[in-house]
Design a protein around this ligand. Structure first.
Ligand code: F6P
Length: 343
């Protein structure tokens, strides 16, 4: 069987580890051959493809990004029927009999529509945001949190030297998982998520109290936090999946804190794409590898329309539609676990 692989949407650490595991196991266990599509669905539409073999993927385990490239091209943007027909024609022309789509809500949403139209496709879930339903975790998330925590640990020491409040903005478009875990692991005094309304007076009081007892306040802000009651938007034009570019939540927090806490010195650090780059953590290498293995095994046995998912400690295949129907946001109970303690 010839399998086509693509990586779509925002990249994350671990994508190359999936490619490596899928190609090595697919070749050795099932006699598959592999075609890599460049830049996600763009490569499928434009038939921009490269052969992937064991030698080409073997060195990729620890390499950040994706050697295939990625894009936010939406093949269904001009209509589902037309998009499906173009994808099908490309696959047929290249002799691809099964597709492995590695992506987040958008890429897997397209994969779901293709499956419903009869295209043999399986998925593997990636995103630093960790916001996909049907899996307990996505690879990339753990590495992103580790990077953010390391940055916070450094920021806190310089903040302490200068008696400053350090405001740190992290990614997480609609879900606050990165901010929540970073806040807990870095010992933040305040953590602001998209899921929880922001009470700026309470934030200011917490910061002032931390300063008063000699701490350097650490404020972790998700880019999706609604600091002034709505999304902070950097760039309005929407991408092919309808997303605006977020940005500015951290600036808003800094400004509002200064207006409320007399004489407050603050510094803002926007971690942004730092969280997406670099080598995957050991845990993400393991998860990505297991997901790549599960996905090709599913293709081999014809279990299409499914996605590799972590359930407890097992990696299993679940229906693609379950992954993309509802975004997995931070539930109230997870927030309540830590939010009322003075850290
Ligand atoms: O969805 C993953 C993500 O990293 C979000 O956290 C962030 O808002 C977005 O992608 C940024 O995407 P871009 O690569 O277009 O800047």
């Amino acid at each position: 069987m010839r399998v086509g692989i693509l990586t779509g949407g925002g990249d994350c650490p671990g994508l190359n580890a999936v490619l490596r595991a899928a190609v090595l196991a697919g070749t050795q266990r099932y006699g598959m051959t592999f075609t890599g599509f460049r830049d996600g669905w763009r490569g499928v539409l434009e038939r921009d493809a490269v052969p992937l073999d064991e030698a080409s993927v073997r060195p990729l385990l620890a390499v950040g990004g994706t050697v295939l490239g990625s894009s936010r091209t939406n093949p269904l943007a001009d209509g589902v029927a037309e998009g499906v027909a173009r994808v099908r024609a490309s696959l047929e022309a290249l002799g691809v009999e099964g597709l492995l789509a590695v992506g987040g809500e958008d890429t897997l949403g397209v994969a779901t529509a293709l499956h419903e139209a009869g295209v043999p496709v399986v998925g593997a879930p990636k995103t630093i945001d960790n916001d996909l339903s049907a899996t307990d975790a996505t690879f990339g998330f753990e590495t992103a949190v580790q990077t953010a925590v390391e940055a916070c640990d450094r920021l806190v020491t310089t903040g302490a030297s200068h008696h400053r409040a350090m405001v740190v903005e992290v990614m997480g478009r609609h879900a606050g998982w990165i901010a929540l875990h970073t806040g807990i692991a870095a010992g933040a005094h305040v953590t602001l998520l998209p899921e929880v309304p922001v009470d700026l007076d309470a934030v200011a009081a917490t910061v002032a109290a931390a300063l008063a007892r000699g701490d350097a306040p650490l404020v972790v802000v998700s880019e999706g936090a609604r600091v002034l009651g709505e999304d902070a938007v950097r760039d309005l034009p929407r991408d092919a999946f309808g997303h605006v570019q977020l940005g500015g939540a951290g600036e808003q927090v800094e400004r509002e804190l200064k207006a409320r806490v007399l004489g407050l010195s603050t510094r803002l650090t926007v971690l942004g794409h730092l969280l997406r780059g670099g080598t995957p953590s050991a845990a993400d290498r393991v998860l990505a590898t297991r997901m790549g293995l599960s996905a090709v095994a599913a293709l081999a046995r014809g279990d299409v329309g499914t996605m590799a998912a972590l359930r407890g400690t097992d990696v299993v295949q679940v229906p693609l539609a379950d992954a993309t129907g509802v975004l997995r946001t931070v539930p109230e109970a997870r927030w309540a676990e830590t939010s009322d303690v003075v850290w």
